[in-house]
Design a binder for this molecule. Structure first.
Ligand code: SF4
Length: 363
């Protein structure tokens, strides 16, 4: 019997300013299409009346088998404003469930750092932690066909009043060339309104920095994307009129061999002549050769996660650089006329007036 393709509505409710293009929803859109599912995006960032906009989108394009809401951040990480985002997500989930009888699935980096707690708080039906591409597609297809879902890797669900969860799913990126498509989100609109193009060259980090959410959200094993896929994705975004980018890798230079490969591919494809880009990097490992290659590949600036220049604090934080790394890193950037900034993390356990002064004086 013929069965129409299931439809999933992907909802971006991250209204932080300046707006950041919802990269994961673009990746999810490609993955759903690849699995024979029709994705629709409701990007509430640009809607004057978000609920009315959502109502019209659902009425016009539904019925949907699932509503997927991305939780990029739990709060705004600002000591001054202390904005907590989950009440709004909970309200949205309740509205989707009650007004539209839509099952709601949550996912995203913010969700993945404490998935059961967020699921419970927001009272959503399902959660996906780790990479969402495969799990969301399987979930939509199985719900559409009335099949069981409880064995799906990466899924959280309710069972007899408890949240149950299966191990997170970390997909094999070399098999995901379709992620380069980038056609669901209006990336050009974000760009002309002051945002930058964004993409990932890898996921995961094997570091042990005590405060970092990245290994939790994206896994402790690094998974690298082939340079050819990254170049293709840059080209998709250039074709949309974007010429300035910020790479979303937690640390572009880990491992350095992959960073060098990406830079060489940008130079060989001559994309380096058409764009400028920024990246987050770790002070180690950072060589003179990599600094020079990044410059040649179009890098316009680096944000180094330095955290502290107090060696006592660096060791407490689980970092693997020291003051000599910071001096070297600055020298290589200056030699290559590569602008850079450093992020400091003030107030971690054990911090005191002496360690703060030491960091600031050194920087
Ligand atoms: S190296 Fe960077 S991404 Fe990796 S755990 Fe440390 S801070 Fe996080």
């Amino acid at each position: 019997m013929f069965m129409a393709a299931p439809k999933v509505i992907l909802i971006n409710y991250n209204c932080l300013v300046p707006p950041v293009a919802p990269l994961p929803l673009d990746y999810l859109g490609s993955a759903l299409e690849e699995a024979g599912i029709k994705p629709f995006l409701a990007d509430l960032v640009w809607a004057d009346a978000p609920y009315r906009f959502l109502e019209e989108t659902i009425a016009k394009n539904g019925p949907f088998v699932l509503a997927a809401v991305t939780v990029r951040n739990i709060d705004d990480s600002s000591f001054l404003s202390r904005k907590f985002f989950l009440p709004e997500i909970r309200e949205l989930a309740e509205w989707l469930q009650q007004e539209w009888s839509l099952p709601v699935v949550l996912g995203g980096c913010g969700f993945s750092i404490m998935p059961a707690e967020v699921l419970r708080y927001c009272n959503a039906d399902y959660g996906v932690w780790g990479d969402g591409e495969d799990t969301l597609a399987h979930l939509a297809n199985r719900l559409h066909r009335g099949r069981e879902i409880t064995s799906l890797q990466g899924l959280l669900y309710h069972n007899q009043g408890q949240v149950k969860y299966n191990p997170p799913q970390y997909v094999s990126l070399p098999e995901k060339e379709h992620l380069s498509k980038r056609s669901l989100v209006d990336n050009h609109l974000y760009f002309v309104r002051g945002g930058q193009g964004n993409l990932e060259t890898k996921r995961g980090c094997s570091g042990s920095c005590i405060y970092c959410a990245d290994p939790l959200a994206r896994g402790k094993k690094q998974r690298l994307r082939p340079a050819r896929h990254v170049v293709k994705e840059f080209q998709s975004l250039i074709d949309q009129g974007i010429e300035c980018f910020h790479l979303c890798d937690a640390e572009f230079n880990r491992p350095p061999s992959h960073a060098e490969e990406i830079c060489r591919a940008l130079i060989e494809s001559r994309i380096s002549k058409k764009i400028s880009w920024y990246a987050y990097c770790s002070p180690e490992p950072f060589s003179r050769e990599l600094a020079s290659l990044m410059k040649e590949a179009g890098c316009a600036g680096i944000n180094f996660g330095v955290d502290s220049a107090s060696e006592e604090m660096l060791s407490r934080l689980g970092r693997d650089h020291d003051q000599s790394s910071l001096k070297r890193m600055a020298r290589y950037c200056h030699q290559n006329r590569l602008p850079f900034m450093v992020d400091l993390l003030i107030g971690a356990p054990g911090e005191n007036r002496k360690t703060i002064t030491e960091s600031i004086d050194f920087v």
